[in-house]
Design a binder for this molecule. Structure first.
Ligand code: EPU
Length: 428
């Protein structure tokens, strides 16, 4: 069965989008009211109902996606029982515990949002008051420069749902608020391969496609199926395929042309019990040397990645950080060749485009910044790409250090570093 399947109950205006064997969206009309439900079937009778709906002999007929979306988007939907939400807004909430950098800054308003209905309420709330909306996922990739004068919503949609399983390949949909690493561990517990190289990346599932997270030779796009997102302007739900996300190195449309326009609520992945282990990254191979190749498992690769990350990257629970602060820069071949003639040991990675990617960590280290310490903050002593808040640093101080590093690398190598971390409230 290929999901989603769009249906209409014969003789009614009720339409359904069946997402998988245990979930569907329903848009039904009762009198002059339209009810929109997101139904998760957790028990056998509910699941049987879904099977009945997709069977060929029932009172349902297939309709187009457009016909379903017409009902879902264009009518004034009131959410049904499975989508009721307790939407509670708090004031002047400290954000430091909600970001991995741990920089003190307050949200003027703050709310946890755990359902699409709750999210739509938040959109209405902010629109009615003319207040900006600011989305916090795992808070792992942002530097706060000042208090946030907005309604900050923390995306808390949970749940891992198997959409299809042919005994080898699995498609699984995950709530945007799940913690990324917990989800990776869950896939390994189930014996599903594919995401093991992305172990221990901080942040949430919903944030993972925003910047096409990647590590140790694997990027999320390789396992990405689709994502559902809510449009900020009108609350409409839309599905994005891999192609529509237009992924690139640490990039997607959600960081570029569609920035700020969508809130990701659910992400689906294609996993494989027999996916090939990805060990081409030298450090992984070294970590696994003691194990014969035939005996290595997805779990072994995950454990190797966890060991490597722990040895190189600071634990945000101990020292605030947002992982790599800078992107690895890509330069034209002639620029890379000129640098290589004076720095023959410079790491460099030819790209399909013909350009050359350089290692920002190496450039920063060569410019003398590795381990640099400004008391409250500094440059990590094991990985120069990572800026660290040792405690009490402000966003402005971290940015001042980042700017000094950018200037110094530019002077030394003529290469312009760009931050990978999102800057929030930076004066332009
Ligand atoms: N290097 C140095 N000094 C340093 C850091 C790196 O000389 O302080 C050299 C290394 O020796 C190596 C090269 O630079 O030759 C590349 O280093 P590494 O393999 O550690 O990877 P990276 O390019 O520094 C990227 C990601 C990391 C990811 C690792 C592993 C970016 C911006 N960073 O770092 O991602 O974990 O590869 O795949 O692409 C993150 O995004 O938060 C993150 C940690």
């Amino acid at each position: 069965m290929q999901y989603p399947v769009y249906l209409q109950l014969l003789g009614t205006k009720n339409v359904y989008a069946i997402q998988g064997p245990s979930r569907f969206y329903e848009c039904s009309t009762m009198g002059d009211q339209t009810l929109c439900h997101d139904v998760v079937a957790t028990t056998w009778p509910e699941r049987q109902r879904i099977l009945d709906m997709v069977a060929d002999d029932g009172p349902w007929e297939r309709i187009s996606r457009e016909a379903f979306m017409h009902c879902w988007n264009d009518r004034n939907c009131h959410m049904g029982s499975s989508e009721t939400s307790a939407f509670e807004v708090r004031e002047h909430v400290e954000l430091a515990p909600h970001t991995t950098f741990g920089i003190a800054a307050k949200a003027r308003w703050f709310a946890d949002v755990s359902s699409i209905a709750g999210l739509r309420e938040a959109l209405n709330w902010s629109r009615q008051r003319g207040v900006e909306l600011f989305v916090l996922g795992g808070g792992s990739n942002m530097l706060l420069h000042r208090d946030v004068d907005a309604l900050v919503i923390r995306i808390q949609m949970r749940g891992v749902e198997v959409l299809s399983d042919d005994g080898r390949r699995i498609q699984v949909a995950v709530g945007a608020g799940e913690v990324w690493h917990d989800f990776v561990l869950h896939t390994l517990d189930q014996g599903w391969g594919g995401l093991e190289n992305l172990s221990l990346i901080p942040g949430s599932v919903g944030a993972s496609p925003m910047q096409n997270i990647g590590a140790y030779g694997v990027e999320i796009r390789e396992h990405f199926a689709w994502l559902d997102a809510i449009r900020v302007s009108d609350g409409a739900l839309q599905r994005f395929t891999e192609k529509q996300c237009n992924f690139d190195y640490r990039e997607s449309i959600f960081k570029r042309e569609e920035k700020g326009k969508w809130i990701i609520v659910r992400v689906a992945f294609n996993l494989d019990r027999k996916s090939a282990l990805r060990m081409e990254y030298g450090a992984i191979e070294r970590e696994l040397q003691h194990l014969p190749e035939a005996k290595r498992t997805h779990r072994d690769v995950s454990e190797a990645v966890i060991r490597i990350r722990k040895s190189k990257l600071p634990d945000p629970a101990i020292a605030g950080n947002a992982g790599s602060f800078f992107k690895n820069p890509t330069v034209p071949k002639n620029v890379a060749n000129a640098l290589l003639s004076t720095h023959p040991k410079m790491p460099h990675y030819p790209q399909l485009s013909g350009d050359i990617k350089l290692a920002a960590g190496w450039l920063i280290e060569q410019a003398g910044w590795k381990g640099h310490n400004r008391t409250t903050h500094g440059v990590h002593d094991q990985q120069a790409l990572v800026l660290v808040n040792f405690g009490g640093a402000s966003g402005k101080e971290i940015w001042s250090l980042a700017s000094d590093i950018i200037d110094s690398v530019k002077t030394e190598f003529g290469v312009l570093l760009e931050p990978e971390v999102n800057q929030v409230g930076l004066d332009s």
